[in-house]
Design a protein around this ligand. Structure first.
Ligand SMILES: Cc1ncc(COP(=O)(O)O)c(C=O)c1O
Length: 437
């Protein structure tokens, strides 16, 4: 086979990519995992490590974009999946397994009185938005500039605004892709994170027409900067005042505490979107919240206000993997994850200092993100990397890969319970190599 123009050097990954480009656009079926000249293809994972098809080993510090809370091929989860697979992977009937996972989550998250499962976080967010619209009889949604909530059109507004189009003070409404209908902009209001004065002004102006305000208390794409308690409290107050549904997107941030980000950040949402870790490594999404709002999905009186089919909703493979994974999340486990995250952050900060580089680490508990700047980070705009910062991040990412540490190209990292102290130290050593110290 002729090597394509993308080929870096002869490797099994390059061969696979040659096959991929003739059947998938750009050889890709998940934008997130594309890297130039071609991605390394995974062969297998075990605990905190993953191996590519060329035999290179990596410490996995991103864990399928934060979804593998116990790392790879966790024996308890593998056993549960195998047992379920042997008696059927999915049925045209509900199974007991969905009740067990629903009970577990309702017991842990104070604001979740009822829950419904879907197959991705995007779908969980979409169903939360639809529920809010049905409940309030309004259409518009307020979201935060730069926040990522998956691929539902309305949620994509101003998801990756840039200094060239984000407007002066009040965030401009910017479409994300050429696949968006321009009319979606009419249905969305954009707020800056942690700016109380603007949030107050914007939400008061649009309060009567808003179905929902959606927040992520620890938004990865906004630099993993915590939402401030005062700002979250203002959101809660204004939602109460105007009868708006407050949605917390915890698809990623749920992992920071047993009761989710709402427990860690001290606020109560009306609806919560979940995904990632609650599926135990299999595809999942969910929406949960106040029983009176969740009633929009209730089919017992005929067609519900918001029907929600889904061939694989609550399939028993995912439900069982999720339950086993979440049952393994005890108070001790959360404490150990937080300790590992703090140790990693401290190690990176020291490596940056030793390298004489400007930088900082944002985040909380097992979620951390590196920034090559020292300015105060408070919102999307302050976290937005300059061109030189972007170049430093790209070099850091490549340096980490060469040192055998896998993170997101944005510098996002997520520990698992398998990323124990010695593995964290190994990862810090990789960080030091990548920074040349
Ligand atoms: C905060 C947030 N919401 C929603 C989603 C969408 O989840 P999924 O990729 O499962 O559709 C993501 C995915 O990364 C996310 O980070």
């Amino acid at each position: 086979m002729n090597p394509g123009p993308h080929r870096r050097n002869a490797s099994r990954s390059a061969d696979l990519y040659d096959r991929a480009v003739s059947v998938m656009p750009g050889g890709n079926t998940r934008t997130t995992v594309f890297t130039r000249p071609h991605p390394s293809y995974a062969a297998r994972g075990a605990g905190p490590r993953v191996w590519d098809v060329d035999g290179r080993a990596y410490i996995d510090l991103i864990n399928n974009y934060t979804s593998l809370i116990h790392g790879h091929a966790t024996p308890e989860i593998v056993a549960a999946i195998c047992e379920q697979a042997a008696s059927g992977t999915c049925f045209s009937m509900p199974t007991e397994s969905e009740i067990a996972l629903a009970e577990l989550i309702c017991a842990r998250v104070a604001s979740v009185e009822r829950i419904r499962f879907a197959n991705s976080g995007s779908e969980g967010v979409m169903m939360a938005v639809k529920a809010a619209r049905a409940f309030t009889g309004r259409a518009k949604i307020a979201k935060v500039e730069g926040s990522y909530h998956g691929s539902y059109d309305y949620m994509e507004v101003s998801e990756d605004s840039t200094p060239s189009n984000w407007g002066e003070t009040q965030p401009a409404k910017v479409p994300y892709s050429r696949g968006n209908a321009p009319s979606m902009l009419d249905e969305v209001v954009v707020l800056p994170l942690n700016d109380l004065e603007q949030a107050d002004r914007i939400l008061r102006r649009h309060g009567d027409e808003l179905a929902a305000v959606i927040v992520d208390p620890l938004a990865a794409r906004i630099g993993l900067i915590p939402a401030e308690r005062d700002w979250l409290a203002l959101m809660r107050r204004l939602c109460d005042q105007f009868g708006i549904v407050l949605i917390s997107d915890e698809v990623i941030s749920f992992r920071v505490a047993r009761g989710g980000a709402q427990q860690a950040f001290g606020f109560r949402a009306d609806l919560t979107a979940l995904g990632k870790i609650i599926g135990g490594g299999l595809p999942i999404g969910a929406v949960g919240g106040r029983a009176d709002i969740m009633r929009v999905f209730d089919p017992t009186g005929g067609k519900p206000d918001v029907p929600h089919g889904g061939t694989f909703n609550a399939n028993p493979m995912t439900m069982i993997a999720g339950r086993v994974a979440m049952e393994m999340m005890t108070d001790e486990t959360y404490a150990a994850l937080a300790e590992g995250g703090a140790r990693l952050a401290a190690g990176i900060v020291k490596a940056l200092a030793d390298a004489g580089r400007e930088g900082q680490v944002s985040g909380l508990a097992s979620l951390r993100r590196v920034h090559f700047n020292a300015r105060p980070l408070r919102d999307y705009r302050s976290a937005y990397p300059t061109d030189p910062e972007r170049e430093q991040m790209a070099a850091f990412y490549q340096g980490l890969l060469a040192a055998g540490v896998l993170v997101a190209p944005t510098g996002l990292m997520a520990l698992s319970t398998a990323t124990t102290g010695t593995v964290v130290d190994e990862a810090i050593h990789g960080v030091r190599c990548a920074l040349g110290v």
